[in-house]
Design a protein around this ligand. Structure first.
Ligand code: SF4
Length: 160
């Protein structure tokens, strides 16, 4: 089984109540291999919700208690982000998840890049909180930006 950021599948889980529907990933929705997850919702945050960034660090630093996740006006959501990441680990263990397809640049799901905490749309290399906890558990992570159809077919076991 593969966990997939819910917003990539067209679910309106994003902070502004919309999705990041991704046609290639949606194409294999009926493979039966996807588990759609939104770690921010699983952590107890509402949708829509305040947009947030990781301040002065990356996902791993948040998990280690070294920095916070917060909105531009200072709303702190670190506990919800950590709770959501831990719920994802439960899903990984429950369903024998072997890979994750995650939305790039999200403070939860970012696989290779996140915003730098300045709320000025500047990116930096790093992972979101859920991506970091999945890495700790040795789950291979693909972002929607790097995933090829060949890789996706292999992940879902489609020989066609
Ligand atoms: Fe999508 Fe992840 Fe953000 Fe949820 S937390 S909306 S799944 S990018």
């Amino acid at each position: 089984m593969i966990i997939v950021s819910a917003c990539l599948l067209g679910l309106n889980a994003k902070y502004d109540g919309t999705s990041n529907a991704h046609a290639l990933i949606q194409k294999y929705s009926s493979s039966g291999k996807y588990i759609p997850v939104c770690p921010e919702q699983l952590g107890g945050l509402p949708t829509p919700r305040v947009p947030v960034e990781i301040i002065d660090g990356m996902g791993q630093d948040v998990l280690e208690g070294q920095c916070a996740v917060q909105g531009e006006q200072g709303d702190v959501v670190t506990p919800q982000f950590i709770r959501g990441a831990k719920e994802i680990v439960k899903i990984v263990e429950m369903f024998g998840v072997s890979a994750a397809i995650l939305k790039e640049r999200s403070p939860s799901c970012g696989a290779n890049y996140i915003y730098d905490g300045s709320f000025s749309h500047r990116m930096m290399p790093g992972q979101g909180v859920t991506a970091a906890i999945l890495k700790e558990h040795n789950i291979p992570i693909y972002s929607e930006e790097e995933l090829t159809e060949e890789q996706l077919k292999e992940l879902v076991g489609d020989d066609g």
